[in-house]
Design a protein around this ligand. Structure first.
Ligand code: ZN
Length: 158
């Protein structure tokens, strides 16, 4: 006699322990958790199983100011899934971009479009940095003046 046991866990998903229940009355249960999830569902208990979500580690960019101390702008992004959501778009894996005041929930297509916009923004900021650097050079190092001096010196050398 052979017994066949099917694996009830989907590929890319593992069974992990989670603590669920009211404070000091939590129960250990096992939940499906995507392999990319970094949440310790035991260390971070939830009152209801419906409150469980899964998330990746965060990518983060910060902006500083030369006139103030500390972080002026911060943007974080993660992959998240909310298995108990009524919204199938939030139930599916999606990207959350958080500016520390509001979360923007993005489908993978929306996140790629946002990433392309960030790349364009980064390119514009880099060009602005170059323009500012050139504007701050001493006058005799201005590329236009250097070119004029070169032409004068070439003319004088003839
Ligand atoms: Zn998880």
């Amino acid at each position: 006699m052979s017994i066949t046991v099917s694996n009830p866990v989907k590929p890319g998903v593992r069974l992990v322990p989670a603590m669920i229940g009211k404070v000091d009355r939590e129960q250990r249960v096992y939940i499906e958790c995507p392999a990319w999830c970094v949440i310790d569902h035991v260390a971070e208990p939830e009152t209801h199983v419906e409150d469980i979500s899964h998330t990746t580690g965060s990518a983060c960019i910060v902006g500083m100011s030369l006139t103030k101390t500390g972080i002026i702008h911060a943007l974080h992004s993660t992959v998240r899934t909310d298995p108990s959501s009524d919204d199938p778009r939030l139930k599916a894996a999606h990207v959350v971009v958080d500016d520390e005041s509001e979360d923007a929930y993005m489908t993978p297509d929306m996140a790629e479009e946002f990433a392309d916009a960030l790349i364009s923004f980064a390119s514009a900021v880099r060009q602005q940095a170059r323009a500012a650097r050139l504007a701050n050079l001493p006058a005799d190092s201005d590329p236009d003046i250097d070119e004029a001096l070169r032409r004068v010196r070439e003319r004088d050398a003839r």
